[in-house]
Design a binder for this molecule. Sequence first.
Ligand code: CO
Length: 161
Amino acid sequence: MKIRVMGDNVLRQKATEIQTFDEKLKNLSKEMIDLMHNSEGIGLAAPQEGLTIRMLVTDISPVEKGYSEMAFVNPVILETWGESILEEGCLSIPGIREEVERPEEILIKYQTIDGEEKTEKFSGWMARVLQHEVDHLEGVLFVDYLSPVKQKLVMNQYSNA
Ligand code: CO
């Protein structure tokens, strides 16, 4: 498994809802967590592995204490509050890091890898990563939020990707 890089159309597709919670899905989440850890990322969405399904994994332990790896299936952000500016990067856009403004706190509904439904509030880095990864499921990349001038610089860097 390798991470798809910007310029790959799969990163611009809308991912489909997951209906089946089986061993295959569990194995896939483990594989995604391994790939995220090996790539030193704090989040990874299935489309980055070329799979257009609504699953993402996070592990923000390198930047915030009290968290470890988590898998989110069919996540939906229900509500947001506040705003914060943090520097983001993306395993699919290596070499680019830019400040992005997003809501500070979110209420998110999702299913666990076993299909259990949960609704939780997150703030700080967890809220940030989840918003970034949920965007991936819609075909949105963090560079889409940059100014047109900065977007052009990024595009030039990836035009041959
Ligand atoms: Co990303």
